[in-house]
Design a protein around this ligand. Structure first.
Ligand code: FES
Length: 229
């Protein structure tokens, strides 16, 4: 079986910068739209995660193959309060579907985007509100409350579930697949994390934004089923 270093095509003593470069290169090579496949694409991401989690050539990986440590709710990676009280308050999230912006001539950076959305009489699937429990991802919360938001891998390896945070904060492990510039611009992956503020406004379905398009995977069967509804 190939080691994570072999999958990325770097030596096992490569430094962080070399690994990062190799990862970005392999992400592009393995993308289904560029001759790769969804499986290969996910394997590249998994290899990168394994290296970050301390994989060694002996085959050990710091025991990090239990739960995915970057998942929300794992105190080690999410800045959880050691020995402290679990956060217990749910967050209120106002959401808007990116696909309706064009229809109304709105832009993602309009200051009054959500005011306009609230007054526009949009379909409840396109504009509304959900609550998110402390240990729940935004995507899980949306699904639990009856909304079919896009996703594919559910593991941080694509951009299908991306949302743009307009107001409030959403935690994000910097080692996911998103370029750091997009993270700085408030783009987050809804399958991994949830809000860290009591209230948040997000535009979901932003997977067609420039730079995110090339990180998309073919939609999961769940998504295709809902698209056919
Ligand atoms: S990163 Fe692939 S569905 Fe969230």
């Amino acid at each position: 079986m190939e080691s994570p270093f072999e999958i990325l095509g770097v030596d096992s003593d490569a430094d962080d910068a070399e690994i990062e470069r190799a990862y970005r290169r392999r992400v592009k090579e393995s993308h289904p739209d560029h001759g790769g496949s969804a499986e290969e694409f996910k394997a590249v991401y998994a290899a990168y995660r394994e290296i970050l989690d301390g994989y060694e050539e002996t085959g050990t990986d710091d025991g990090a193959d239990a739960d995915r440590p970057w998942r929300r709710g794992n105190a080690d990676e999410t800045g959880g309060d050691e020995g402290g009280e679990e956060e217990s308050e749910e967050s209120r999230v106002e959401f808007l579907n990116y696909e309706v912006l064009d229809d109304h001539g709105w832009k993602l950076d309009d200051d009054d985007l959500f005011e306009k959305a609230s007054a526009a009489g949009l379909d409840p699937a396109d504009y509304g509100e959900i609550t998110v429990e402390p240990n729940q991802s935004l995507l899980e919360a949306a699904e639990e409350q009856g909304f079919a938001w896009p996703y594919a891998c559910r593991g941080g390896a694509c951009a299908n579930c991306a949302v743009a945070v307009i107001d409030g904060e959403m935690e994000m492990d910097s080692s996911n697949i998103l370029p750091s510039e997009m993270i700085a611009d408030g783009i987050r992956l809804s399958c991994l994390n949830g809000p860290v503020t009591d209230e948040m406004k997000v535009v979901y379905n932003v997977k067609h934004l420039p730079n995110l398009d090339e990180l998309k995977l073919p939609p999961d069967r769940f998504e295709r089923a809902h698209l056919n509804d």
